[in-house]
Design a protein around this ligand. Sequence first.
Ligand code: KIV
Length: 289
Amino acid sequence: MKKVTIHELQKRKAAGQKICMVTAYDAAFARIFDEAGVDALLVGDSLGMVVQGHTSTLPVTMEHMLYHTQAVSRGAKRAHVVADLPFGSYQASDEEATHNAMRLLSEGGAGSVKLEGGEDYAPTIRRLVRAGIPVMGHIGLMPQQIHSTGGFVVQGRSEEDAQQIVRDAKALEQAGVYALVLEAIPMELARTLSAMLSIPTIGIGAGKHCDGQVLVCYDLLGMLADFKPKFVKQYTHLHTTISQATRQYCEEVRTGHFPSEEHTFRSMRLVSSTEEEPERANSVYGAPI
Ligand code: KIV
């Protein structure tokens, strides 16, 4: 199956078609999202919070990103895979940034990388793009910079901050990003940026005027019962579904109702002569064999 390319994502903007992106961290979820028709899967460093249980994305390493990017790449047949450059993997030098971005493509199987940063990162982005690495930018709320920007707060509300975000967006477009994530900024600012830029904007908490949207999959699926920020719409409540299924499983194990006959192998000596085919374990751990 043909993969969605960065050029196809860009064409969507010209055609007025919205881009649909969601985060994914493993092969099983990637396969479901891919088959459901998402355009791009983001292996976000948000995995540090939703998968690893940290309170920020800062502890995520290159090795974590490679591990999860490889898993997502195995599950994605059609969707474009974007991998985040984690904190500390691109800030120290352009050489290190190039080396790490290349690893996400060559070892991880990603089709592009994403990095957080405004106009100060334009030279790094230029270097990556020259090396043949497609880069998605990310401005507005940048979770890797929470210690310098005051936490997970909406950005660009004052005129001065909004002007800085406009300068960042222009600089990144000129540096060669193929698309730009706008996180947690006012809708009016996102509309201005989307109209001003020729590259697609992909919003998260940035309103409806962006050229596409991205959500953390655990948020859209309602996996975390006690976490629902304003910009998130929960399309289902997997927390409840999973919890109920697990309670039922425990109940059936404890009462002896699981496993029943249909989930049980029998010794060949006890299988009747009419059952000619040997029983097979058709799969283990969800993977067909
Ligand atoms: O890491 C992530 O999941 C992200 C999205 C929130 C855009 O960067």
